[in-house]
Design a protein around this ligand. Sequence first.
Ligand code: 13P
Length: 256
Amino acid sequence: MNKSLRTPLIAGNWKMNKTPAEAAALISELKPMVAECSSSTILLCVPFVDIDAAQKAACGSNINIGAENVHFADHGAYTGEISASMLTEMGVKYVIVGHSERRQYFGETDETVNLRARAALDAGMKPIICVGETLTQRDQGITAETVSLQTKIALSGVPAEQMKNVVIAYEPVWAIGTGRTATTAQAQEVCALIRDVIRGLYSGDIADAAVILYGGSMNAANAADLLAEPDVDGGLIGGASLKPIDFTVIAKAAEA
Ligand code: 13P
């Protein structure tokens, strides 16, 4: 397996942080700092209302702006939701789907994650599909089963030709926002497992080309070691993506 087949993806997930004006200010500060990161894709997934301001601030730079969720219907009576066509009309190419906070606080299930991922793909976007076990599941020794099942259901009905647009993010729930990062061995083990699941569902070529991220307390101090693992193709970064210096250190670690 050749890691150089894949372009690293360094993706921030801002979650529910930053107003449009704050988003513009942060991106203006970050823009020159990551300007030389040319071998990876730099992405910030921001709150819906920040997308316009973020895109304007990032204009002419190598920073891509993505969204944090997408609904599976194209339109209709789904108060508070945003459809894929609304995002694509704004030029959004990446969208996070199935983040554990959506699963935990907003009742999203493997089935709705699958529907949302497929809606994103059908609209020509790249979903970043999040999977990961809780601490209880890890302690019960069912990490592999949990993550395999989540991955299989998320990809159900996704044709092989759309797999080039799929990104999977392994985010152990116990590592998110806790400062407790998975060890490099744990991150590698589960990212490799996800690649094996893709190999089983599709083919070796598709698995080798799939971009698989690690997320969960990735920071300036641990990013280089995590990103050096053979099956970790990038990061989905929460807290540290709100700090331009830290995010830049992570982005530069992916260049090495
Ligand atoms: P933290 O980096 O803040 O742990 O968040 C990770 C995450 O949930 C990214 O989607």
